[in-house]
Ligand binder design. Structure first.
Ligand code: HEC
Length: 170
């Protein structure tokens, strides 16, 4: 074999060896990356993981929420004052004045078609909250269409009732 050719072969063997070494190094490096913990990866990516709940935890939380809702529903059905039920709506006359001017004044004001229900001694002054609620919601004896909850809420009517009471006396 001519000497020159032998040298080229020897060089290319060294070249292959070097290639092999770098392949091994790359594999080691990749394997090292693979060993990064989830925490390290999250940190590197700036991710804050949301803690996941077990099926038992979810079931327990659902049960608690359902039982709380059932308790509240029962309390509302019984109208108990602690419950946030009808009887618990405490009227706020200051808020009621705003609500009144929004929902009642156009008819119950000076130029309106309805009677002045803020005048002391007028029939509205003697009405309870429940009576006012029935009149407004059902429209019976109101001369206007029923005003539904989504237009004037029960709480707004409690406030309006407190305002009428404050103005006209009960
Ligand atoms: C679209 C007009 C209109 C609106 C809005 C209106 N009312 Fe009336 N309301 C009337 C009329 C008209 C009467 C008189 C009905 C009758 O005597 O037959 C009346 C009667 C009443 C009465 C009975 C008064 C009485 O002398 O017996 C009360 C109480 C009352 N309204 C409360 C309210 C409240 C509270 C609101 C606001 C949430 C309201 N109304 C909104 C037109 C209206």
């Amino acid at each position: 074999m001519p000497r020159r050719f032998a040298t080229i072969q020897a060089r290319s063997r060294r070249g292959r060896a070097a290639l092999l070494v770098s392949l091994v190094l790359i594999t080691v490096a990749v394997a090292a990356c693979g060993r990064a913990t989830e925490e390290e990866i999250n940190q590197a990516l700036g991710i804050t993981p949301t803690p996941t709940e077990s099926a038992e935890q979810i079931a327990a939380a659902t049960e608690r929420a359902e039982s709380a809702a059932a308790t509240r529903e029962a309390a509302i059905a019984s109208g108990s004052p602690e419950s946030g039920g009808v009887a618990a709506l405490a009227g706020n006359p200051a808020r009621g004045q705003t609500q009144y001017s929004l929902y009642c004044l156009q008819c119950h004001g000076p130029a309106g078609q309805g009677p002045n229900i803020l005048e002391p001694g007028n029939p509205a002054a003697a009405m309870t909250y429940e009576e006012l609620l029935t009149l407004v919601r059902e429209g019976t004896g109101h001369g206007v269409a029923p005003i539904p909850n989504y237009l004037v809420s029960d709480q707004s009517l409690a406030d309006i009732h407190a305002y009428i009471e404050a103005q006209a006396g009960s």
